[in-house]
Write a protein that binds this ligand. Structure first.
Ligand SMILES: Nc1nc2c(ncn2[C@@H]2O[C@H](COP(=O)(O)OP(=O)(O)OP(=O)(O)O)[C@@H](O)[C@H]2O)c(=O)[nH]1
Ligand SMILES: [Mg+2]
Length: 381
C-alpha cells in the first residue's frame, strides 16, 4: 500500500502518453517519446473544473442631443433619441459542453448603440452567453449564487447598463429646447467563480488502476479509456445503467484518489468535489493487490478528511479483479475485516456484474424513498 505514491509518480509520465493518444485531435503518440516528468501541478491542469471569470456587462448607449432641422422651420424642437441598453452576460447550461475548459477568464458584454437624431433610438445589445456543463455552481466571494443543474437553465450574471436619455426625453412645457442628454450607464462588473460538480447517483471511488473505468464500461453505456497505468482517467465520466423498467441510474467514474488527496495531492480536491455530489458510493478495490483492505481505509480517510461523514453515504464495496488467483485468496480475508456488503466482480470478464447492477438498483430505490420522505415531511417554520 505504501508503494502507491511511488506508483503514482511513475504514472505521471504515463498520463501524458495517454492524454495525447486519447484525444485524437492532438495527434497520435505525441507525448510518448518525451520522457519528461509531469508535475502534479501540470497534471491537474488537464482537467478544468473550476474557473475564475471576470464579467463586464455592456454599457448603455448614449442619448443624443440633436434638434430637428428642416428648411423654413427654424425651431424644429429636440429629436435626440435614447441610447440602447448594454448587453447582459448570461451563464447558460448546455448538455453539449462537458467541462469548463472553454470558459474564458474575461468576458465583455456588447455595448448598446447610441441614440441618433430624428428620434432614432439606439439598438439594445444582445446578451453574451457563457456555456457551461450541467452541474456548474456559480459562487460570488465564496457564496453560492446559482446552482445550475438542468439543461437550458440560465443565470444572468452581469446586467448591462441602461441606455442614456436623448434630449427629446427632457422636453417639457418649461423647457422647450433642452440641451441635455445623458450618457449610458456602465455595465455591471463582477468576478465570479465557476465550479463543476459531476451529477450522478453513484460514484466509483478507488485508487488509480483499481479498475473503475473498466467497471463503468462493463455495467453502463459509457466507454471511458482503460489502461494499465495510473491516472488513465483525467475527467469524470458519467455512464447510464439502464434497467428493464426504463429506470436509469447514473454512475460516475471519478479519477483515482491517492493518499493525501484531501491535501490536494494527485488530482486531489477537485475530484473529492465530484464525489460530494454522488448520492451513494461504490468503493472499488483491486483485490489482486496485497492487503486490499488498506486501500479501503485510505479511501475512507481521504473522504472524511475532505468532508466528515462523506464515506458513510449509502455504499457498497466492489471487490474487483476476481479473475486473478491472488484476488480469490484476498476475498475471504476482506470479508473477515469488513462489515459492509462486498460484491466480488471481474470488470474484465464481466463475472458477477449482474449482482452489482442489482445492488445499484437497491441503493437507488433507497435513495428515491428517502427523497420522497423528505418531500412529504411538513416544512418547519
Ligand atoms: N485481470 C483484471 N484486470 C482488470 C480488471 N479490471 C481492470 N483491469 C485492468 O486494470 C487496469 C486498470 O484499469 P482501469 O479501468 O483503467 O482502472 P482505473 O481505476 O479506471 O484507473 P485510473 O483511471 O487510472 O484511476 C487495466 O489494465 C485493466 O485492464 C479485472 O477485473 N481483472
Ligand atoms: Mg480510469
Amino acid at each position: 500500500m505504501h508503494a502507491r505514491p511511488l506508483e503514482v509518480q511513475n504514472g505521471v509520465n504515463e498520463t501524458r502518453r495517454d492524454f495525447s493518444s486519447s484525444s485524437s485531435s492532438c495527434g497520435k503518440n505525441r507525448g510518448v517519446s518525451k520522457k519528461k516528468e509531469l508535475s502534479e501541478k501540470k497534471l491537474t491542469r488537464y482537467f478544468i473544473d473550476h474557473r475564475r471569470v471576470k464579467l463586464v456587462a455592456g454599457s448603455g448607449g448614449n442619448g443624443a442631443c440633436t434638434f430637428h432641422s428642416e428648411p423654413r422651420k427654424e425651431w424644429g424642437g429636440p429629436d435626440g433619441g435614447n441610447g440602447g441598453n448594454g448587453g447582459d452576460i448570461v451563464i447558460k447550461v448546455t448538455r453539449q459542453v462537458k467541462s469548463l475548459s472553454s470558459v474564458l477568464a474575461v468576458y465583455h458584454g456588447q455595448d448598446g448603440e447610441s441614440g441618433g437624431s430624428k428620434n432614432c433610438y439606439g439598438r439594445n445589445a444582445n446578451s453574451t452567453y457563457i456555456y457551461v456543463p450541467i452541474g456548474t455552481i456559480v459562487k460570488d466571494q465564496g457564496k453560492t449564487v446559482a446552482d445550475l443543474s438542468r439543461h437550458g437553465q440560465q443565470y444572468v450574471a452581469a446586467y448591462g447598463g441602461a441606455g442614456g436619455k436623448g434630449n427629446r426625453f427632457f422636453l417639457s412645457n418649461e423647457n422647450r429646447a433642452p440641451m441635455m442628454a445623458t450618457p449610458g450607464e456602465k455595465g455591471q462588473e463582477r468576478v465570479l467563480h465557476l465550479e463543476l460538480r459531476t451529477m450522478a447517483h453513484a460514484g466509483l471511488v478507488g485508487f488509480p488502476n483499481a479498475g473503475k473505468s473498466s467497471l463503468l464500461r462493463a455495467i453502463s453505456n459509457a466507454k471511458p479509456a482503460v489502461a494499465s497505468y495510473p491516472f488513465t482517467t483525467l475527467n469524470p465520466h458519467v455512464g447510464i445503467v439502464q434497467y428493464r423498467d426504463h429506470e436509469q441510474v447514473a454512475v460516475a467514474d471519478i479519477p483515482g484518489l491517492i493518499h493525501g488527496a484531501h491535501m490536494n495531492r494527485g488530482l486531489g480536491i477537485s475530484f473529492l468535489r465530484h464525489i460530494e455530489r454522488c448520492r451513494f458510493l461504490l468503493f472499488v478495490l483491486d483485490l489482486s493487490s496485497p492487503e486490499p483492505w488498506a486501500q479501503l481505509e485510505h479511501l475512507r480517510f481521504e473522504l472524511d478528511q475532505y468532508d466528515p461523514g462523506l464515506s458513510l453515504r449509502p455504499r457498497a464495496i466492489v471487490a474487483n479483479k476476481m479473475d486473478l488467483p491472488e484476488a480469490r485468496e484476498n476475498l475471504q480475508a476482506l470479508r473477515n475485516r469488513v462489515t459492509e456488503r462486498i460484491i466480488p466482480v471481474s470488470a474484465l470478464t464481466g463475472q458477477n456484474t449482474e449482482e452489482l447492477i442489482l445492488h445499484l438498483r437497491e441503493l437507488y430505490d433507497g435513495y428515491l424513498e428517502s427523497e420522497s420522505k423528505a418531500a412529504d415531511s411538513p416544512v418547519k417554520w
